[in-house]
Design a protein around this ligand. Structure first.
Ligand code: PFF
Length: 527
């Protein structure tokens, strides 16, 4: 059997840009701005930042540490670190079975069956089930994320060929609706284009593929974002958009909004999908996990804030009102850009959709890479065949998604079937995948990951790996740091006493994060 040696990122910059590429995606550019505007603007941003620090960052540290310790894909990593059969895994299996019974009692038979499957996996594989679940989730997410990528590729083409000439949102909405309903063949071709670009990014490996592309694409993404922002904020009337986005209105902040911030922190940082474990497994042992994670989190948050500034000032200046979800990007924005005086609407729309393509592409590459790494590690397959196999599989799955929004939807019986089995109001496979993965599986896998790092592998052992390369920061005494007595020889405690950065992390992953994630989960169930 050929011996395959594991690659490494060339250094901190390469890893940070690749991981930021995975985190910065469609969620930052249209989801974050919109939910911020709806939930009290600046007030929501503050809550979101709190969630990122208290719970996103600690989970990211766990994932990178698990990857770097084991040098394996998520499944292999959990398997390697669970030394003996864990009672906790059996208990989780039991808990999931109860969940399945509860769900079937309320008519959610499809979800109940899935939960039952997950329970069996736990009893069978222990915590390795978490790795497997997150990998399956990553592949499912990619199969619909790539379809949105295909729509965006279409809009880049339309923008540069003069196909986005709308002055009214209704006109744009009609064109977008027709495109989804009547042109599955066109979407399928664009899906192949998008997936080919994604596979092209990773086929040359970690350094020559993902890292090299990220080093070009991520700066380009920020340049395009800033160009669109400058155009938007210099339009007369742009201030109202900035106000909608950022004015802190605490009266609009509800418990639901706080929980939404938690869930989004999770999704936005690409946590709970095994992606960060995979990227961490290519990180060299002397790299500082702590400071790289801080960079990734900071870039992701910056991109989300810039996303809002690229959208709302222009929308408000052109006297349009923002819409939710895909409607904002594909209906409101084309009309907004076309209305901008100076006949350069095509250029602003083109720049915007190109930037979105980059955001989607680097996130899709991370998703595909986690499947590819799994196949390479577990079946000792070389990169090229692993990429080609995964690429074909996901593209085929993507066809299902793209047909589900049109032809398939009209087949008699399908809608009813999906609705009856899963008891969800919308019938399309697309909606189902989105709901299932982001509302159900992600909170679960995230919860199990912190429990695993904090209690099963154990905070102490995990902390030992985390401190390699980041001992300086990890052993900082938080009280000295915050109070301004940092490095003062008269006040310095011994590093092991008191609350240090790493002991705080231990508390967060053992107690705070599990409780918070459980909270999100309960909220999702109660909805
Ligand atoms: N973090 C990406 C975003 O904010 O758009 C979304 C994402 C990427 C979700 C990769 C899931 C994923 F596996």
């Amino acid at each position: 059997m050929p011996k395959i040696t594991r690659e490494h990122w060339s250094g901190k910059l390469g890893f940070v840009l690749a991981a930021a590429g995975s985190a910065i995606g469609l969620g930052n550019i249209w989801k974050f701005p919109y939910i911020t505007g709806m939930n009290g603007g600046g007030a929501f941003v503050l809550v979101y930042l709190g969630c990122i620090l208290l719970f996103g960052l600690p989970l990211m540290l766990c994932e990178i540490t698990i990857g770097r310790k084991t040098l394996k894909n998520p499944y292999g990593a959990f398997k390697a670190l669970q030394l003996k059969r864990s009672r906790t895994a059996d208990l989780i299996g039991l808990f999931l079975m109860f969940g399945a019974v509860f769900l079937s009692g309320s008519g959610h038979y499809g979800f109940a069956a899935l939960l039952f499957g997950a329970a069996l996996l736990f009893v069978w594989l222990g915590f390795a089930a978490v790795g497997l679940l997150s990998l399956i989730t990553a592949m499912l997410i990619l199969s619909y994320y790539a379809v949105v990528g295909a729509w965006i590729v279409d809009y880049v083409y339309r923008a540069f060929t003069g196909g986005l000439h709308f002055t009214q949102v209704a006109e744009a909405a009609q064109v977008f609706g027709n495109y989804l309903d009547r042109e599955p063949g066109r979407i399928a071709i664009e899906l192949i284009i998008f997936m080919t670009l994604t596979a092209g990014m990773i086929i040359f490996g970690i350094r020559k593929g993902i890292e090299r592309c990220s080093k070009i694409l991520m700066p380009l993404l920020f340049i395009l974002l800033i160009a669109v922002i400058i155009r938007g904020v210099t339009l007369p009337g742009a201030g109202a958009g900035i106000g909608f986005f950022l004015y802190p209105d605490f009266s609009k902040l509800s418990v639901g909004g706080v929980l939404e911030a938690l869930g989004h922190a999770f999704y936005s940082l690409s946590l709970g999908m095994g992606i960060t474990i995979t990227y961490g497994s290519y990180l060299s042992k002397n790299e500082n996990i702590f400071s790289t994670s801080l960079w990734i989190v900071a870039l992701d948050t910056l991109a989300a804030l810039l996303g809002g500034l690229a959208i709302f000032p222009a929308v408000f200046a052109m006297q349009l009102s923002p819409d939710a979800g895909p409607g904002l990007i594909f209906n409101v924005l084309p009309a907004t850009f076309y209305r901008i005086p100076g006949q350069l609407g095509w250029l602003w729309a083109g720049a915007f959709f190109l930037m979105m393509t980059i955001a989607a592409l680097t996130s899709a590459a991370a998703l595909l890479e986690s499947g590819v790494t799994f196949i390479m590690d577990q079946f000792k397959v070389r990169r090229v065949p692993a990429v080609i196999g995964t690429y074909i599989g996901i593209t085929l799955l993507g066809f299902l998604t793209c047909y589900s929004t049109n032809h398939w939807r009209n087949l008699p019986g399908i809608d009813n079937f999906v609705q009856n089995v899963f008891n969800v109001r919308t019938g399309s496979w697309f909606d189902l995948l989105d709901k299932l993965t982001s509302n159900w599986i992600l909170p679960l896998t995230g919860l199990f990951t912190v429990i695993f790092a904090g209690w099963i592998w154990g905070a102490r052992k995990a902390g030992r790996e985390l401190r390699r390369g980041s001992q300086g920061i990890c052993d900082e005494n938080i009280v000295e740091l915050i109070s301004g007595f940092h490095k003062d020889p008269h006040y310095m405690n011994s590093p092991s006493s008191g609350l240090t950065v790493i002991t705080l992390w231990g508390i967060l992953i053992r107690y705070v994060a599990p409780v918070i994630i459980l909270f999100i989960f309960l909220q999702v169930i109660a909805k």
